[in-house]
Design a protein around this ligand. Structure first.
Ligand code: DX5
Ligand code: ZN
Length: 218
């Protein structure tokens, strides 16, 4: 059984509560919140204030994807705002192990994201310490991009490493996932699927959530 994490990056920001409620009622598991700073990635999105405002409105697991430089400086604010999982990019952390320890010191889950060109060995020595690896299947910064195919062998390799070590680490994939390629992504080893435009850009958001879950479970 996979978990589905709709990304609110593609939601209607003038109607955010309704768009969150819709995916929650349809069976989504996590709410994927994309935080961008205009430095690590060429886009600016959501800050802790928005996370704090939506927190009381939803029971979903708040999955906060930090695409920011110097994440240590902002992690406490996102924890306070209600994050359940915080993901940092290996490429953005000078002292990745310290950043993971910082996230875990708040009693929440810690995850590390890898850009499409970043090799898996970037997380080799922290894999035992984290709850989830986020494999980016697009270059971070924008919703609605095409899935990068080299992600599939990367997922297979990561799944193999995690199984060999007998670890309980989730594998999340983010970017360009739709109803046509989700099965392949799950077969390659992912168990948490992020989808933005394929859900919020759909004519029927509820049906899209249900279909993702159905394909993921088959
Ligand atoms: C991209 C973000 C993604 C984005 C995915 O930088 O991290 O979470 O919202 O959007 P889609 O599913 O449209 O590729
Ligand atoms: Zn994301």
């Amino acid at each position: 059984m996979i978990k589905l994490a709709p990304s609110i990056l593609s939601a209607d920001f003038s109607n955010l509560y309704c768009d969150i409620n819709l995916v929650e009622q349809s069976g989504a598991d996590y709410l994927h919140i994309d935080v961008m700073d205009g430095h690590f990635v060429p886009n600016i999105t959501i800050g802790p204030l928005v996370v704090e405002a939506i927190r009381p409105k939803s029971k979903l697991v708040f999955d906060v994807h930090l695409m920011i430089e110097n994440p240590d400086m902002y992690i406490p604010q996102f924890v306070k705002a209600g994050a359940d999982i915080i993901t940092v990019h290996a490429e953005a952390c000078k002292h990745l192990s310290r950043t993971i320890q910082l996230i875990k010191s708040f009693g929440i889950k810690a995850a590390v994201a890898l850009n499409p060109a970043t090799p898996l060995n970037a997380i080799e020595y922290v894999l035992d310490d984290i709850d989830m690896v986020l494999i980016m299947s697009v270059n971070p910064g924008f919703g609605g991009q095409n899935f990068i195919n080299s992600t599939l062998p990367k997922l297979r390799k990561l799944k193999e490493i995690i199984s060999d070590k007998d670890l309980k680490v989730d594998i999340q994939v983010d970017g360009g996932i739709n109803l046509n390629n989700v099965k392949e992504v799950v077969e390659a080893g992912a168990n948490i699927i992020v989808a933005g435009s394929a859900i919020y850009g759909s004519d029927n958001i509820e049906e899209a959530v249900k279909e993702f879950k159905r394909i993921g479970a088959s």
